[in-house]
Design a protein around this ligand. Structure first.
Ligand SMILES: [Zn+2]
Ligand SMILES: [Zn+2]
Length: 276
């Protein structure tokens, strides 16, 4: 393709600009796996600590998230001291970061073991007992949930805060009324496959049927790998190209209920700040 004027202009308009506070918060939250609110409070503490320690040289670490280095250069009249703030190296992406914290990359990993199960795409870890997961024994859900939490992508959904709409919905429904809704959602989103015009049988819009916000059940589906038939096949061993059986549906519903039982007690509406 010839380089046109438009393309050059477009290239210039995407020149890097400094991140906004929100972007920085999002980035730190993603990198650290901590909820945004917690990151914001870390940054506030950080600012306070920098103020307090500005007259001494050295390094402080805030909640295992950021590293602050301070150097004194007595001979330099303009910058006698400077402070360097950086994310701790073990929190940075890649095998040096997430894997060391026990968060591996099984989700969409390009690498697999001899049985065709995923291994960590970053460090090659292969310690999940997939046969045990695929037995789909709800009495063994603790093991399944622990393994889901060793996956970076799944762990994010177990640990992240729900958005405001999801919180409102969850509180309105409460834990007693929610099971029917969970069942309906499982059946509607991943329960059935459809026959295409060319005779092929496949789940409808697989991989795109579960939104990423607005409902605690959506969060739960990403957390428990019940979001699409591809994830269900990998984590729960149910073949992709057919309807779910009653028993399989029951199992996935129970896993989602375990997520909701874990999450719901933590769901609170914070009182809004009084107007000044
Ligand atoms: Zn790993
Ligand atoms: Zn999925």
């Amino acid at each position: 393709m010839p380089i046109t004027k438009e393309r050059i202009v477009a290239k210039h308009t995407v020149a890097p600009k400094p991140p906004t506070k929100t972007e920085l918060l999002n980035k730190l939250a993603a990198v650290s796996g901590m909820p945004r609110k917690q990151v914001a409070s870390v940054l506030d503490t950080l600012a306070a600590q920098i103020k307090r320690t500005l007259d001494t040289s050295g390094m402080i670490t805030v909640f295992g998230l950021l590293k602050i280095e301070k150097k004194i250069v007595p001979a330099c009249p303009t910058w006698p001291a400077y402070v360097k703030v950086s994310v701790l190296p073990e929190l940075l992406p890649g095998p040096d970061g997430y894997c060391r914290r026990g968060l591996h990359t099984y989700h969409e990993s390009p690498a697999g073991n001899d049985q065709g199960h995923p291994i960590c795409g970053a460090c090659g870890r292969d310690e999940i007992d997939w046969e045990r997961l695929h037995a789909r024994n709800i009495a063994d859900a603790d093991y399944t949930i622990r393994q889901l939490n060793t996956d970076r992508f799944r762990h994010k959904w177990w640990s992240k805060d729900l958005d405001a709409v999801a919180v409102r919905n969850a509180l309105r429904k409460g834990s007693s009324g929610i099971k029917d809704t969970v069942r309906k959602r499982v059946v509607a989103s991943v329960g059935r496959v459809s026959r295409m015009d060319n005779g092929m049988v496949k789940p409808f819009r697989d991989g795109a049927q579960t939104p990423f916000h607005g409902n605690i059940i959506f969060y739960g589906q990403h957390a428990t790998a019940t979001c699409c038939r591809k994830c269900i096949e990998v984590w729960h061993g149910i073949p992709w190209g057919r309807d779910l059986t009653q028993q399989e549906t029951d199992y996935l519903v129970e896993l989602l209920m375990a997520y909701i039982a874990f999450k719901l007690p933590k769901v609170r509406i914070l009182p809004s700040k009084p107007e000044k």
